[in-house]
Write a protein that binds this ligand. Structure first.
Ligand SMILES: [Zn+2]
Length: 366
């Protein structure tokens, strides 16, 4: 059954429920959260960042991916006179457009850029381990590392503020069964140990306790700046194209070729998940698209056939697996993340308490 307000249905997610009016829990949660929102003063936030970093070369960190959210965020940081250190996590899957976008951004504003390059053989080993484990959130490998590197660098350089590209205007809704908790470092280690073969050396791994201490002692402050300002993605794209020559490459998070293949092929074919539905449902709730237009857009396939074939060849070659090996992975029965050691089972008592606190905190524009 389809929600009367968005484009998600009960078949999409086991935790989706419809109320008497046929509205889903995600739409209701969105409405509740946004009606209770206290407007924050952007001037106060900027003043605090400047005050805390007055003796530092940089007063904040921005994780950049080449995508529109982080590009626009950097543009706003420049407008507000901030001195950000741009950090890019390179896991080996960048599209050339993403790299060009980052280069243009750095040239335009002359900000410092720190790129952390993960050893490719090692990253590949962890990523393949997740594929062989047959769990849904293969992107956990990248998302965890990205947060880890941002927090580690913030601590090392004594920078207090982390500007995130998280924005509820375009990414508030994500069905719970479509992803796993990004801080489940135990799950990453366990899956890698079982299915991987190389030691974990350069992967930016953040243990649960490192994370907990940073959070508990408020060592790094996450600033969701795009939530404070009025953020419209389409307007931002147009502005970035004209201001810095930013290049649009289609879908959300398509700056990584693996992400494009994962969202456009692995997720829908193996797990029956069309991630566009979550994105479009958020846009409906934030008033940026009509439900009719969203339903119309979903009639298009998630992937253009020519790009799919090209990406598939690229991904298989880069992962060094044959068509048969890939097909075997696709045919494996789907497993839950918690079928492997995880904070949600091994340390259940306190993870339930702490997980609630950490669970949905970290979303970054990749
Ligand atoms: Zn809904």
């Amino acid at each position: 059954m389809l929600c009367n307000n968005c484009v998600l249905s009960t078949e999409d997610d086991s935790s989706l429920t419809l109320d008497d009016c046929g509205i889903c829990n995600y739409c209701n949660e969105y409405k509740l959260e946004h009606s209770n929102k206290i407007p924050q003063s952007i001037e106060k936030i900027i003043a605090k960042i400047q005050q805390d970093g007055k003796n530092n070369t940089h007063n904040c960190i921005i994780g950049v991916s080449g995508g529109v959210d982080s590009t626009y965020l950097t543009y706003k940081a420049h407008q507000y006179g901030l001195k950000p250190l741009l950090i890019h996590y390179d896991n080996g899957w960048n599209s050339s457009e993403a790299v060009q976008n980052i280069n243009k951004l750095v040239e335009k504003f002359n900000f410092d850029l720190f790129t952390y390059v993960n050893d490719w053989q090692e990253f590949k080993d962890i990523q393949l381990a997740f594929m062989k484990a047959s769990v849904i959130d293969i992107e956990l490998v990248t998302d965890h590392a990205l947060v880890a590197i941002l927090l580690k660098e913030a601590r090392r350089r004594k920078i207090k503020h982390l500007l995130t590209g998280h924005n509820s205007a375009s990414e508030a809704i994500l069905p719970k069964s479509w992803y796993h908790w990004k801080n489940d470092s135990l799950n990453i280690r366990a899956i890698h140990k079982k299915f991987g073969s190389l030691p974990m050396k350069t992967y930016p791994y953040l243990s649960f306790w490192e994370n907990y201490i940073i959070e508990k002692r408020k060592l790094v402050n996450n600033v969701h700046l795009l939530n404070v300002i009025d953020y419209n993605k389409e307007d931002a794209k147009k502005l970035m194209i004209s201001e810095i020559g930013w290049k649009d490459y289609g879908g959300k998070h398509f700056e990584s070729i693996f992400t494009r293949f994962y969202q456009g092929y692995i997720l829908p074919v193996k797990f029956g998940v069309d991630k566009r539905k979550a994105h479009l449902s958020t846009l409906i709730n934030s008033g940026q698209i009509s439900r009719e237009d969203a339903l119309e857009e979903l009639k298009n396939p998630p992937y253009k056939k020519e790009i799919l074939d090209e990406d598939k060849q690229y991904v298989l070659k880069k992962l060094n697996i044959s068509e048969k090996e890939f097909q075997d992975i696709m045919n494996l029965p789907v497993k839950k993340h918690t079928d492997y050691p995880s904070f949600f089972n091994k340390h259940y008592k306190w993870s339930k308490m702490l997980g609630k606190k950490f669970g949905d905190e970290f979303y970054f524009d990749k």
